[in-house]
Design a protein around this ligand. Structure first.
Ligand code: CP
Length: 293
């Protein structure tokens, strides 16, 4: 069995195979594989709605069994190491575990034979299944990835999705730029200066949530004025290229980083992303069970 801990480290051929496989499971051109008598565990040490539930439904769709470990009641809280937790699960004939943790690269140095670790997000580092579903959504609507212009705007500093997407999209030949107010910038990436002047140049605009839970001050007054200054307001939305699509990894905060009034528009693809998340995670289970070239 394979691990799925980093998408940035996969070859382009494997990433493209995962994208196309996920889309073919969705459109029915390929049958969803069945992994009967296979056992997965979900272990989410940070909150999640989309990622956790879609992995759970994906496990159900491939005919495998699933047990969820309630992070607040696990023996990790008694000092058991992650390695010993995984060895314990392996002894219970578990085949793989899906983990979200605030610790970056929690999987580094952990190898359990014939057992799969699937990364559902590690701190500010990677969110590989989110990147896969984002790429599937873009390909589904644009029929290609190469040479598309992508703008990712918002709290870049705290976003694993932004940086992970940047690395993978760039590798795949896409042209990615960031926009962020100075307090949300991460060093070492290309930024546009003005949303008003430049947003109409992009094929894809991804908006990010302000990740208050990762901010030093939890009482962020910024939220009240953020939309008009830095978010995707109704006014800014009207400046988009007609063919542009808008993505958001979710969860979103209405009228903070994105205007509530635009959420029903045709080119807002946020719920398509959620739906593609189910098929992305079925493709990931197929990948860890079968291996792709
Ligand atoms: N996009 C994402 O990871 O959402 P959840 O935190 O709800 O899983």
């Amino acid at each position: 069995m394979k691990n799925f801990t980093s998408i940035a480290e996969l070859d382009n051929s494997v990433i493209n195979n995962l994208i196309d496989t996920g889309l073919s499971f969705k459109d029915g051109s390929r049958n969803i594989p069945q992994f009967k008598d296979t056992n997965f565990v979900t272990l989410f040490l940070e909150p999640s709605t989309r990622t956790k539930s879609s992995f759970e439904f994906a496990i159900h769709r491939v005919g495998a069994n699933k047990v969820d470990i309630d992070a607040s009641k696990s023996s990790l809280l008694k000092g058991e190491s992650l390695l010993d937790t995984l060895l314990t699960l392996k002894a219970l004939e578990v085949d793989g575990v899906i983990i979200r943790s605030e610790q970056e690269k929690y999987y580094q140095g952990i190898e359990v034979n014939d057992f799969s670790i699937i990364n559902a997000g590690d701190g500010a580092n990677e969110h590989p299944s989110q990147v896969l579903l984002d790429l599937m959504t873009i390909k589904e609507h644009k029929q290609k990835l190469d040479s598309l212009k992508v703008l990712i705007m918002g709290d870049i500093k705290h976003s694993r999705v932004a940086k992970n997407n940047y690395d993978v999209m760039t590798k795949l030949g896409m042209n990615v730029k960031f926009f962020a107010p100075h307090f949300f910038k991460a060093e070492g990436y290309p930024y546009i200066d003005s949303l008003e002047n430049e947003i109409n140049e992009f094929d894809v605009v991804m908006v990010l949530r302000n990740q208050l839970e990762r901010h030093a001050s939890k009482e962020d007054k910024l939220q009240e004025t953020y939309l008009e200054k830095y978010g995707l307001s109704h006014r800014l939305f009207k400046m988009l290229n007609d063919d542009a699509i808008v993505l958001h990894p979710g969860p979103f905060n209405r009228d903070v980083e994105i205007a509530s009034s635009i959420l029903e528009e045709d080119n807002i693809k946020i719920l398509n992303q959620v739906n593609n998340g189910l098929y992305a995670r079925i493709a990931i289970l197929d990948y860890v069970m079968e291996g792709y070239e």
